[in-house]
Design a protein around this ligand. Structure first.
Ligand code: MRU
Length: 367
């Protein structure tokens, strides 16, 4: 997608052909700073600290992280160590494990001398595959937007609510939840997006920045505004991303997604989840019981970071000293609250039958 009109992906190989470039997302939307990852630990740190974030991008960064590790040590032990280090960076998004498993399957059987080249090739394919998946999700999701637009009076916008950032910054390009929005906007459909702030990390600010760069009209709202907006008929459709979808269609996504789904159900607002197939975890049957929910540091809740009046980044405390804090990063929305899953193979029901029927090879591999 575009930064200042220039096409950019969220992750790329640097001109040296081996180190990896990413955008430091902890500084956006206030400052655009690029990072160069040159070693396993750089990649692991970038994922852990959320300089790179979003399920598909975490997977892509881990894939390249394994390549960087191979450059230093291409032995079996080095490979296993790198796999374990990267897998431990964040627990919830299954794309991380998916990408690492894909990489291991590609390089493990290779002689040591071949592993680096094969690894980089596979990591590049994982990135390109993500882009293709998101474009396909975009095309299917566009049909939903067009259906709503047809029922609107001329010039009235299709109002979409989204949570967190499931945009191009969270993927390699296009985004999952945002791909239909970009396609609709480019087609001349008037789309307007309500962007949830998404405390504590404010990923909504990333979504707002992306949409702004592409010229998509949007309104930034506090996390708790969604229910009110839906009650007043201001939301035509909710589209969110996901970090892991179970075999039965339960959706794990950024904390607060469940509450949006409940409000959507109560107000008969269609609630869709944009789901790239690497985010399906057919080994999990019960999302609530089995998906590990990341708990992050209390400082993410007790403080807010942003741009001060003098232009400098500043962090201020917003919680009284001494209060105990819990920082749950994700929640699980039961399949019964999900209107449909927008996948790269079409829009399907959030059910085991539909998921297995649409992705039989993934279901079989998990057995
Ligand atoms: O903690 P984050 O910012 O990595 O969480 C991101 C989300 O929850 C996204 O909605 C999800 O990864 C889907 S991104 C296409």
């Amino acid at each position: 997608m575009k930064i200042d009109g220039k096409h950019t992906r969220s992750i790329w190989l640097e001109p040296d052909g081996w180190s990896v470039g990413v955008i430091d997302q902890t500084l956006l939307p206030h400052r655009l700073a690029l990072l160069r990852l040159a070693a396993l630990e750089d990649a692991a740190r970038a994922i852990r600290t959320m300089q790179v974030r979003g399920a598909p991008l975490i997977g892509a960064a881990a894939a390249y992280g394994l390549c960087l590790a191979l450059r230093a040590d291409a032995s079996d032990q080095g490979l296993e160590r790198a796999y374990a280090t990267l897998l431990a960076t964040r627990p919830t998004a299954i794309n991380l494990k998916w990408a690492l498993d894909e990489m291991m399957a590609a390089v493990r059987q290779q002689p040591r001398a071949q592993r680096i080249a094969v690894g980089y090739r596979r990591a590049g394919e994982i990135c390109d595959q993500d882009v293709a998946i998101n474009q396909a999700i975009g095309r299917y999701g566009l049909n939903l937007i067009e259906d709503i637009a047809r029922k609107k009076k001329h010039g009235q916008p299709v109002n979409v609510l989204t949570h967190c950032n499931a945009g191009w910054l969270a993927t390699v390009d296009w985004g999952t939840a945002t791909a239909p929005l970009y396609l609709a906007h480019d087609k001349g459909i008037t789309v307007h997006v309500f962007v949830d702030e998404t405390r504590p990390r404010n990923q909504g600010a990333l979504t707002a920045w992306e949409l702004g760069q592409h010229g998509v009209p949007h309104t930034f709202v506090a996390d708790n505004a969604g229910g009110h907006l839906m009650q007043h008929g201001l939301v035509d459709i909710a589209i969110v991303g996901t970090d892991r979808v179970t075999a039965h269609g339960d959706v794990c996504n950024k904390i607060g997604t469940y509450l949006k789904a409940l409000a959507a159900k109560d107000n008969s607002v269609p609630f869709y989840v944009a789901l790239p197939s690497p985010t399906i975890d057919f080994t999990v049957a019960d999302g609530l019981a089995e998906i590990p929910i990341e708990q992050r540091g209390p400082e993410e809740i007790t403080t807010v970071t942003g741009r001060a009046a003098d232009g400098r980044m500043a962090t201020v405390r917003v919680v009284p000293d001494g209060s105990s804090v819990a920082n749950y990063a994700f929640d699980v929305t039961p399949a019964r609250l999900v209107t449909g899953l927008i996948t790269e193979r079409g829009i399907i029901a959030a059910t085991r039958t539909a998921l297995e029927g649409t992705f039989p090879e993934r279901a079989a591999a998990a057995r």
